[in-house]
Design a protein around this ligand. Structure first.
Ligand code: FES
Length: 120
């Protein structure tokens, strides 16, 4: 019975890596644009800040874990729960949050954007 199961089991059934995600190619994210993603269960946003830098941040508020929203035109993150604000780099700038947003590591491998957790 086990061998029959193994024969039909596809490698695609394996769960995605909760610590790493591929977010398309660099040329698919123009300057000053962003895209949202989930790394495991953690929501995040990848921003091309227009200075030749890609930034990936968790959108989990450091105050009480509400999901913050990135406001592209203002280049800030706003938390809907208690109006906490973060700058484009995730630094807490007003409201109750005392800590910045968690930053993820961004790598470019053969033009593909890979975002992963920074393991300490
Ligand atoms: S949960 Fe974000 S400011 Fe309170």
């Amino acid at each position: 019975m086990y061998s029959v199961y193994s024969f039909f089991k596809s490698p695609e059934i394996n769960k995605a890596d909760p610590n790493r995600i591929e977010l398309g190619k660099i040329n698919e994210l123009p300057e000053n644009e962003f895209k949202t993603f989930k790394l495991g269960k953690t929501p995040g946003v990848l921003i091309n800040n227009g200075n030749g830098e890609l930034k990936a941040l968790s959108t989990v508020c450091s105050h009480m874990q509400c999901t913050v929203k990135y406001l592209k035109d203002e280049k800030i993150f706003l938390c809907p729960c208690h109006s906490g604000k973060y700058d484009i780099n995730g630094k807490n700038i007003s409201g109750p949050p005392l800590q910045p947003l968690t930053e993820f590591k961004v790598m470019l491998i053969k033009q593909k954007i890979i975002v992963s957790r920074i393991l300490k």
